[in-house]
Design a protein. Structure first.
Lengths: 329, 309
């Protein structure tokens, strides 16, 4: 495996959720012991349904949210394996940049495109201020925007153009890692592919590392080298993209893959056996958190949480694929 | 938007030559389409320039000394009356023979001074409280909410009267009392708007860029709440002017012989049925000024907000 860019070690993030007036709080485990390895120069996909903790993971990696426990370690190429928790926020920002889901809210409506894209250079005081203009125009050109948009406001642009501006802002400092939090889900289908191709091209050109967070499996299959499936704050299966899409093991992964809609309307909505109820994360099910919705549920599933088992390049957390010793113990 | 591939470069280059009108040109176009803004701005500029130029006008003989009494010319009628009209006093004289026009002009100074300084003081207090409550939330929000509720529980008028009794009536006391009491709307509006803006992705993006909290508040959030701030500011300025007039009318505000529209209303009260213009003129001035400020504020919001839509 290649060099690591960013690594999380057993990261948890717990929010105290108020239960109403004078009732105290209950912990909500948004992220529950996630260890994720993001190799340098690769694309790691993180999939899962709404509310499973994907965006909290993104915030933790960006340093916007302090994990309750566990560490985020930078790779050698970033800050020599230091924990990012001890780094200055600016230092994290220099190397890790986000692309957000909604380009309609991620650009400040009172600023011109030029000042939005130039902001990272100003904040970090990179290079000679007289060359900022040129850098801004270069990066706008790179993401496929004409020079004339520099003086316009975000409200004058289309969604796809705005997302290009957001990408330009994230890339102008030449960061190492880009956290794409659902970069295309707010866009039209026709624009989605443009943005995805742009992200692919830029990755090859600038040698970027992506963490691609999405609930759109087609996007992940198109982009990612490695995929992690998240359920209720835990990674339940992680494997190379080809392996995972060809041979999904975890019942949840199977259900997710089965839930992809087909273009043929006569086939109807696929039956995923998942039901409609996402468990309450404040009060997670006993044992394996997936067992109430699992189609292959066994007796042990409701009693004991499965341990992650690693086999070859894939990790899976399910009693069905538990190695024998683990089951005995 | 064309595709980003290099083959589409020529078409992009052509598009570059088609320039949009500059932001200033667009702003000018919007201003001249907005009649309420134009009317409000016109009246406001007129009143403000007359008020500011009052000493100059007096020195060059256009208006007379607002304090000079002439007991032989008491209650002269303004120009639309045939009887008891004196060409020296176009708008007549009050009960001690002071020129009504110059008192109105100097009264505009007082009204504008009070309106403006109240707006600045209360705007500053309210914005600081509201923005910090909205941005930081949690404990700070609770404390600010408590302060707002405490302030709302106090009647401005009674407190103003008490302050006047305690510190004596003067212009400064009126300004301080109104300034320290009219910030509640600023705080409430700023708090709710900042709360909305705080959760937007551009604030998160700024944080992910490593911007400091003061930078985010001042440079990212503040420009977005500015248009609402100007609207509240104009409403509160008009409100302060009316409150000053009311306080002066009751004798708790500006004290005689300082010319103030509220005070002039009070002094003209006794002659309401015989010389109605004594009330109509300062009342009309008040109405015109408050209307102009409100039209101006409303138009300003439309003009400024256009960019964000």
């Amino acid at each position: 495996m290649s060099e690591t860019a960013l690594r999380t070690v057993d990261v948890s993030c717990v929010f105290e959720v108020s239960q109403g007036f004078m009732k105290g709080t209950k912990p909500l485990r948004a992220v529950n012991g996630v260890s994720l390895n993001i190799p340098k120069g690769r694309v790691v996909g993180l999939v899962g349904e709404s509310g499973c903790g994907k965006s909290t993971m993104a915030n933790i990696l960006l340093g916007l949210q302090k994990p309750t426990s566990g560490d985020v370690m930078s790779g050698d190429s970033l800050y020599y394996g230091q924990q990012t928790g001890y780094l200055d926020r600016k230092k994290i920002a220099r190397r890790i940049q986000p692309i957000f889901q909604d380009p309609y809210s991620s650009l400040n409506p009172t600023k011109t495109i030029h000042s939005i894209v130039c902001l990272p250079l100003r904040i970090h005081n990179i290079g000679d201020p007289s060359k900022w203009d040129k850098k801004v125009y270069d990066i706008l050109d790179l993401v496929g925007l004409p020079k004339r948009v520099a003086q316009s406001y975000p409200s004058q642009m289309s969604g796809g153009q705005r997302q290009r501006v957001a990408i330009a802002r994230a890339l102008i400092m030449k960061p190492e890692v880009v956290i794409c939090d659902e970069p295309t889900s707010a866009l039209d289908v026709s624009v989605q592919s443009q943005i995805l191709n742009l992200l692919q091209d830029l990755r090859q050109e600038l040698g970027l590392t992506y963490l691609l967070i999405s609930h759109n499996l087609a996007v992940v299959e198109h982009m990612a080298d490695r995929v992690a499936v998240m359920y209720l704050g835990r990674i339940v299966e992680e494997a190379d993209a080809n392996t995972l899409f060809d041979d999904p093991r975890h019942p949840y992964t199977k259900a997710l893959l089965g839930s992809v809609l087909t273009p043929d309307p006569s086939l109807g909505v696929p039956d995923t056996h998942l039901g409609t109820v996402f468990p309450n994360p404040i009060d997670p099910p006993s044992g394996c958190s997936f067992h109430p919705r699992c189609s292959e549920c066994m007796d042990i599933c409701s009693k004991k949480a499965p341990k992650p088992s690693v086999e070859g390049g894939r990790m899976i957390e399910c009693h069905r694929y538990q190695t024998n010793e683990a089951e005995v113990a | 938007m064309t595709d980003a591939s290099p083959s589409s470069q020529p078409s992009l280059r052509i598009a570059e030559e088609i320039l949009e009108p500059s932001p200033m040109a667009k702003l000018r176009r919007r201003i001249f389409k907005n009649y309420s803004f134009l009317i409000g701005a016109f009246i406001l500029v007129l009143i403000v320039s007359i008020a500011l130029l009052a000493p100059v006008l007096e020195a060059s003989g256009w208006i007379q000394d607002p304090y000079a009494q002439d007991l032989s010319k008491r209650l002269n009628n303004p120009f639309w009356h045939e009887k008891k009209f004196d060409a020296d006093h176009i708008l007549g004289t009050d009960k001690v023979g002071r020129d009504y026009l110059s008192r109105l002009v100097y009264g505009a100074q007082i009204s504008l001074l009070i309106g403006f300084s109240t707006m600045i003081i209360s705007g500053f207090i309210g914005t600081v409280l509201g923005v910090s409550a909205g941005y930081f939330g949690g404990r700070i929000d609770m404390v600010v909410n408590f302060i707002i509720n405490t302030r709302l529980a106090m009647p401005v008028f009674l407190v103003a009267m008490a302050a006047v009794v305690a510190f004596g009536a003067s212009l400064l006391v009126v300004i301080m009392v109104l300034g320290l009491f009219l910030w509640d709307r600023f705080a409430v509006v700023m708090r709710s708007i900042t709360m909305q803006a705080r959760d937007l992705d551009y604030v998160k993006a700024a944080r992910a860029l490593g911007c400091s909290t003061p930078y985010i508040i001042v440079r990212e959030i503040f420009p977005n709440v500015l248009s609402s701030l100007t609207v509240v500011a104009t409403v509160e300025m008009a409100n302060a002017i009316l409150l000053e007039a009311a306080l002066s009318f009751l004798g708790f505000g500006v004290q005689a012989p300082t010319p103030s529209w509220g005070l002039m209303l009070n002094e003209g009260r006794e002659y309401m049925f015989f010389s109605a213009w004594l009330l109509a003129l300062p009342g009309g001035c008040l109405f015109l000024l408050v209307l102009a400020i409100n039209l101006f504020g409303d138009g300003l919001r439309d003009v400024a907000l256009e960019r964000e839509r």
